[in-house]
Design a protein around this ligand. Structure first.
Ligand SMILES: [Zn+2]
Length: 439
């Protein structure tokens, strides 16, 4: 059989691995490229014929893993997309959100709303531990612990066992369960987002969040939390819910102003059966982990205007996580000028984004107007949804594989992980885009 890499090769976006065996041709993910020159890259041909693909294994809903599925279908793919139910539901809201964004763009859209609806019809869903059979190929799903529904795929074919990590979750992440460790694998494909880095302890970030909320209550000011709609927002709500229920903070108004995050939270509420023990224990004790005193969701723009009328201390959670879109930039323009307010970054900020400029204290322009930021800008580094270098290494070595392919990481991160793994495994490869290998 043959493996080829059509995305996320020495970069973090555009995940797409092609396996060609005697039995079938299939993909692991069909993700969108994001960042520099991504518009052109996303419009390019796949490099293989989508008509010949029998099925896609979708590891999770994030756009950089699912975002080219509608294009795959438009270019002739008519097989099945195998995933968990939670992945399907989250993928649907993410793709529809993208179709909406494309509609407002003057350039040729990658896909439209109708393409998304057709894509959703191709999904066939499974639970963790289920076994999928396609001819003589057997596939098992394991929990990756990265976001709700995220999956590690074990694929048994031609006498070999292949393991695909998708994105692996961080230690002690709330709500989702811990990443499953796999006992064995001949050929392992692993992500390497943090292939060379070690995360700070999560508790440090939780304490920082608590202290920052206390600070804005005391100053009667505004806390802005730019947040990714899926997983990060639910995790932050989970932590604030605990502060409120445990009476660690006095009353404060908390607004979630992101239609996508609100929809994602509703989907999370439908899949409590796959939450971790801590979340399930809280729910069984009668607590709604995504709702608490002072919490309001604002779905419409007119509701957002209500937030501005609200006086006193408040927390506003809105997209995007890097302040590069969504409603957060307008809140930064409005509240960033006051030295009593706080902007709390809590995720990786890519080069060129508004979030990165805030982090670096560079000049800020919103809608072509310079905004002099006097608010305090803080950053929490320990809320990552990705495994760090230690966990990735441990996860791979447990399987004692003959060969490891490293993808989904900036080049230096992938090479750092390669160096670590090579102490124990001889054959470790960091493929380039469009590289193929016989297995
Ligand atoms: Zn992801």
């Amino acid at each position: 059989m043959k493996v080829s890499f059509y995305g996320a090769a020495r970069e973090v976006t555009g995940s797409c691995i092609l396996i060609e065996s005697q039995e079938a041709k299939f993909l692991i993910d069909s993700g969108m490229f994001q960042g520099l020159n991504s518009y052109e890259k996303n419009l390019e041909d796949f490099g293989f014929d989508p008509k010949e693909i029998d099925f896609v294994l979708l590891t999770h809903a994030h756009l950089d893993h699912s975002g080219r599925l509608p294009k795959l279908l438009k270019n002739g793919f008519n097989g099945k997309i195998y995933s968990t139910k939670a992945t399907r539901d989250l993928t649907e809201i993410i793709l529809k959100d993208s179709a909406n964004i494309f509609e407002k763009d003057l350039r040729i859209p990658l896909f439209n709303f109708a393409d998304v609806l057709k894509t959703m019809e191709l999904f066939q869903c499974f639970n963790y531990e289920d076994e999928i059979a396609f001819k003589n190929i057997k596939i098992k799903l394991k929990d990756a612990g990265h976001i709700l529904g995220s999956t590690i795929f074990e694929v048994f074919l031609e006498g070999k066992k292949l393991v695909f990590s998708g994105d692996l979750g961080n230690h002690n992440a709330p709500i989702v369960r811990d990443t499953e460790f796999i006992d064995s694998g001949d050929i392992v494909f692993t992500e390497s987002t943090y292939g060379g880095k070690i995360h700070e302890k999560r508790e440090k970030g939780v304490l920082e969040l608590l202290n920052t909320i206390k600070e804005v209550i005391q100053k009667d000011s505004v806390l802005l939390i730019p947040s990714f709609s899926i997983e990060r927002t639910q995790e932050i709500l989970f932590e604030i819910n605990k502060f409120v229920e445990n009476k660690e903070i006095p009353f404060i108004n908390i607004f979630l102003d992101s239609p996508l995050a609100i929809k994602a939270t509703e989907i999370y509420e439908n899949y409590k059966n796959i939450f971790d023990n801590e979340a399930i224990t809280l729910i069984n004790s009668g607590d709604n982990i995504f709702d608490f005193k002072g919490f309001k969701k604002t779905k419409k723009i007119k509701d957002s205007k209500e937030i501005l009328k609200n006086h006193g201390a408040k927390i506003i959670i809105a997209g995007s996580g890097m302040c590069s879109g969504g409603r957060m930039p307008s809140y930064i323009a409005r509240f960033g000028k006051d030295r009593n307010n706080v902007i709390l970054l809590n995720s990786y900020q890519a080069e060129g984004t508004l979030g990165k400029k805030l982090e670096n204290r560079e000049r800020i322009f919103i809608n072509d107007k310079e905004i002099i930021i006097k608010a305090k800008v803080k950053k929490i580094d320990s809320f990552s949804s990705h495994a760090d270098s230690l966990k990735l290494t441990e996860w791979v070595l447990k399987m004692n594989p003959q060969k490891v392919f490293i993808n989904h990481g900036d080049e230096e991160e992938s090479l750092a992980l390669k160096k670590k793994l090579e102490k124990d495994i001889k054959d470790v490869v960091v493929p380039q885009m469009k590289n193929s290998y016989e297995l």
